[in-house]
Write a protein that binds this ligand. Structure first.
Ligand code: GDP
Ligand code: MN
Length: 432
């Protein structure tokens, strides 16, 4: 017997409402995980491994995937045609850059960059552009993280680029290294398979270590613990917008938990069972209670634009916030819901057997455990990481083409920002 329970997102919202069990309607009470009660009611037997608490996407089909993609592209172009400047949902005047950064009372925040000594040249370029566009005015401290040791040249060279404080940190091995119980042979086989599909990997598993570190550990680095907010930057990225307000104080003032710039589909081969494993977690004990009633369920389960991708990822749209740019509240990741879920994910070993990335992991965590109105599209920040852009039409943005998502037409259908706008933003005009 295959049992599937379809819970509509807004009804999941209060854990009550109508539920479909094999085409029969049942009213769901407080206790979905109430699994048992529900099953008894229906006289069904549930097989080991079956999932009782799950989300399905209730969106009506509007067209073929090609039509959906075209439609979304057109609508995104329309939106991008509007001139914007700064967020409208907060008193930006109250968080303007100070005349003099020396006496400025900063938020509890750091700019964080993971790098190796050989990344110096590329990271230096990022820092120079970042200083020019934002940090020279605010002087938020930098935290450089490395699984190895930063050389004196790296440290001296970096410090010469900014007046802001800098800390150079070697990540504790326990937060970085592959856990000892991983079967290296099995992991290697999977990475070889992925490499044939053009997915980035490394023979020494350093890519896996890096993805797992960003997924569940960067905010536990001792030197990071003194901060609440972070802005992640990387080598080889560009910033196009001259920012004149304090983005950390914007998050703090609005109570927002996370800000992103670009949102795109992932390669489902790297996250084949991330969604089912997550459903497994939600079905353990009373874990379903961690789900935020105002989560981004439709965005997570969307299957209109690239249905094949959703199918390969077993119900996850693979839409994610691109994590090379993140401005976030680490208290969210340090919190109970995200921590327990990450621990569950980690015990599956699939950061190594499947190559789960930190971007989909952060995104699913946020989509499930955060109120969607607390996730912010930094529409105003022009940004590029090969091969994708966020480029606003704004007077303080120069050097990119407004609305451009990618230089390559073939990659246009990877953009899923329109879905975020449709499903997770109440009224975009109130935010920008
Ligand atoms: P991609 O954008 O997904 O291709 O990944 P990147 O190569 O940009 O890596 C992401 C970030 O992690 C960058 O800031 C890199 O400098 C850094 N990084 C990646 N692998 C390692 C590693 O093994 N050690 C250290 N210290 N940094 C790494
Ligand atoms: Mn990168």
């Amino acid at each position: 017997l295959v049992l599937s329970i379809h819970v509509f997102p807004d009804q999941v919202a209060d854990f009550s409402g109508e539920v479909m069990v094999e085409s029969e309607r049942w009213i769901l009470g407080e206790t979905v995980s109430t699994k048992e009660r529900l099953l008894r009611k229906n006289g069904y037997y549930i097989h080991k491994g079956d999932v009782a608490f799950q989300f399905i996407n209730p969106v009506e089909k509007v067209g073929t995937p090609e039509e959906m993609n075209y439609l979304n592209m057109e609508r995104f172009a329309d939106i991008s045609g509007k001139e914007i400047l700064e967020p409208l949902d907060y008193d930006i005047e109250s968080i303007r850059s100070p005349e003099n950064p020396d006496g400025y009372e900063r938020a509890s925040a750091t700019i964080v960059a993971l790098a190796r000594n050989e990344d110096f040249d590329e990271l230096a370029k990022t820092i120079l552009s970042f200083e020019k566009m934002f940090n020279a005015k605010f002087q938020y401290p930098y935290t450089f993280l490395n699984d190895g040791t930063f050389s004196d040249n790296f440290k001296k060279g970096m410090q010469a680029l900014s007046k802001a404080q800098m800390e150079f940190v070697t990540i504790p091995e326990s937060l970085w290294q592959m856990p000892p119980h991983i079967d290296k042979k099995k992991a290697k086989q999977q990475m070889n398979k992925l490499s044939k599909s053009g997915i980035k990997y490394s023979k020494d598993f350093s890519v896996n270590n890096m993805l797992r570190f960003f997924s569940g550990n960067f905010y536990h680095v001792p030197e990071m613990k003194k901060y609440r907010y972070y802005w992640r930057i990387e080598p080889k990225v560009s910033f196009f917008t001259e920012l004149k307000y304090d983005v950390f104080k914007y998050l703090q003032g609005t109570g927002k938990l996370y800000g992103f710039s670009i949102s795109l589909y992932d390669n489902p081969l790297t996250v084949e069972t991330l969604w089912p494993e997550t459903m497994g977690f939600l079905n353990e004990g009373s874990n379903f209670q961690y789900v935020n009633k105002k989560g981004s369920f439709q965005w997570l389960t969307e299957n209109q634009q690239l249905p094949g991708v959703n199918a390969k990822a077993n119900g996850y749209s693979t839409c994610h916030f691109w994590s090379n740019f993140e401005i976030g509240d680490m208290n969210f990741f340090r919190g109970e819901a995200y921590s327990l879920w990450f621990q569950h994910l980690d015990t599956t070993n699939k950061f190594y057997y499947e190559r789960w990335g930190d971007a989909p992991v952060h995104s699913i965590g946020l989509g499930l455990f955060a109120d969607k109105s607390k996730i912010h599209w930094f529409r105003d920040i022009g940004y590029f990481h090969y091969p994708y852009y966020n480029c606003p039409k704004a007077e303080n943005t120069r050097g990119c083409l407004p609305g451009q998502f990618s230089e390559s037409l073939e990659l246009q259908d990877r953009n899923c920002l329109q879905n975020w706008i449709d499903y997770s933003i109440d009224n975009l005009n109130k935010i920008y």
